[in-house]
Design a protein around this ligand. Structure first.
Ligand code: NAP
Ligand code: HSE
Length: 427
């Protein structure tokens, strides 16, 4: 008996697309057993037909989207081009034509996930996007399925491989920011425009997706406070080491009685915290649910084959659904409309580094300004004392963001303070 064949098309053949193509070839024989059908890449949409692409059957390449969407034999479209357009229109057209879609595109899912999932549901199609958050790590499916019996109150983690790689190299090898970013780009971790990585936007989009799923309420990317790692200096890293901490770019989301708190920012993290040992391009996501208690998911957050692993997992899921005629089982799970708290109202601990005049009464003045803005001091270190100047490093207790910002604005106006050099949150 001839094996059934499920035909798929790839949109994009870059880092991720190349990995997906390879992995589908590698698994082609076992697919009969896991899916009950062959899986064949029939067409691949690219920008340029002239680029050198090793190991790829060039007959499959096309620049003609219509030849894919109008091909009734193609059942699954895998979007790994990135960006909003033309990816969005193509996914809409594919769903409209009854094709199932797998995407790794967090920019798109963070901004238009709700409407695309509704469109998929309207057409009885699957729209799966496991690779859009934390690369290889299974986290979207666990949240939507395995942990569906929980009320999730916290999702927190390292969800950007590029910045985790850069911070690890700066911390462990004293590598410069620029050199570490160049290496992360060479390894295929960085976005087409790495500003999205280093300014925390990529992680912001991922935590918007994660918190929407975890809290069953749509969180828009514009609601996420984002701060990147470009202001982290060698001096900050030296203090982190002295305090037995590391610096990590964390994505943090809490579902509180007063609304969802959500942000991305660098954090000084104690070495005893499990996230402190997540190095290089690895990611990890912490989840707290009322029944499961704490759970942590760990793995490669970026790169060719790790990301392909998540994409191909989704493709196999769609193919299995096709075999059983049960596509479109799980679509948008946002059934409530919770407010997102203004970030200024969120409470955090802070590490502050400032350059001050070395004269009597300065510390007392600083303490008095903090006291006036409800900032409680936890630790003070004074270093690099010269005849006229000194560096003051202060750690605070938890305080609302707007109180610390008001206090720093007031300190900046004082003659005895020449510079506020760093403000990093502590965990
Ligand atoms: P990439 O290396 O830049 O590859 C993009 C591919 O899409 C290229 O093959 C390009 O064609 C093709 N393409 C782009 N625009 C096109 C258009 N208008 N028409 C036809 N083809 C087009 O990107 P990537 O790193 O693989 O990332 C792809 C997606 O996966 C993005 O959404 C990204 O955020 C996501 N993602 C990436 C990673 C990672 O580690 N890289 C991890 C998770 C998720 P040419 O080859 O002809 O230029
Ligand atoms: N640029 C992203 C990262 C790719 O570094 O994590 C994975 O989404």
């Amino acid at each position: 008996m001839e094996n059934k064949k499920i035909k798929v098309a790839l949109l994009g053949l870059g880092t991720v697309g190349g990995g997906v193509y390879k992995l589908i070839q590698r698994r082609s024989e076992s697919m009969i057993h896991t899916v009950g059908a062959e899986l064949g890449v029939e067409k691949i949409l690219v920008h340029s037909l002239h680029k050198k692409r090793e190991g790829v059957d060039t007959e499959l390449l096309t620049t003609d989207w219509k030849s894919i969407v109008n091909d009734p034999e193609i059942q699954i479209v895998i979007e790994v081009m990135g960006g909003i357009e033309p990816a969005k229109s193509m996914i809409e057209e594919a769903l409209g034509a009854g094709k199932h879609v797998v995407t790794a595109n967090k920019d798109l899912m963070a901004e238009h996930g709700g409407e695309l999932l509704d469109l998929a549901a309207a057409h009885g199609c699957d729209l799966l996007f496991e690779a859009s958050v934390a690369g290889a790590i299974p986290i979207i499916r666990p949240l939507k399925q395995c942990l569906a019996g929980n009320e999730i109150s916290e999702v927190m983690g390292i969800v950007n491989g590029t910045t985790n790689y850069i911070l690890t190299k700066m911390f462990e090898k004293n590598m410069s920011f620029e050199a570490a970013l160049a290496k992360a780009t060479e390894l295929g971790y960085a976005e087409a425009d790495p500003t999205a990585d280093v300014e925390g936007l990529d992680a912001g989009r991922k935590v918007a997706i994660l918190s929407s799923i975890a809290f069953h309420s749509r969180v828009q990317f514009k609601d996420v406070y984002t701060e990147g790692i470009t202001k982290i200096t060698a001096e900050d890293i030296a203090y982190a080491k002295e305090f037995d901490c590391v610096i990590k770019l964390l994505a943090v989301a809490h579902n509180t009685d007063k609304g969802i708190e959500v942000g991305v920012y660098p954090v000084l993290l104690g070495k005893e915290h499990p996230l402190s040992s997540v190095r290089d391009s690895f990611n990890a996501v912490f989840v707290h649910g009322d029944a499961v208690d704490d759970a942590m998911f760990y793995g490669r957050g970026a790169g060719e084959m790790p990301t392909a692993s998540a994409v191909v997992g989704d493709v196999i899921d769609v193919a299995r659904n096709l075999q059983f005629g049960c596509n479109g089982r799980i679509s948008c799970t946002c059934y409530q409309d919770l407010p997102v708290k203004p970030f200024d109202e969120v409470k955090n601990k802070f590490f502050l580094r400032m350059q001050v005049k070395n004269e009597p009464g300065v510390l007392a003045k600083v303490a008095s300004v903090f006291g006036g803005h409800k900032v409680s001091i936890r630790r003070v270190v004074q270093k690099h004392v010269q005849e006229e100047a000194a560096e003051l490093v202060i750690s605070t207790e938890k305080v609302k963001e707007y109180h610390i910002k008001d206090a720093l604005r007031e300190l900046q106006k004082m003659d005895s303070i020449s510079e506020i050099s760093s403000m990093i949150r502590e965990y």
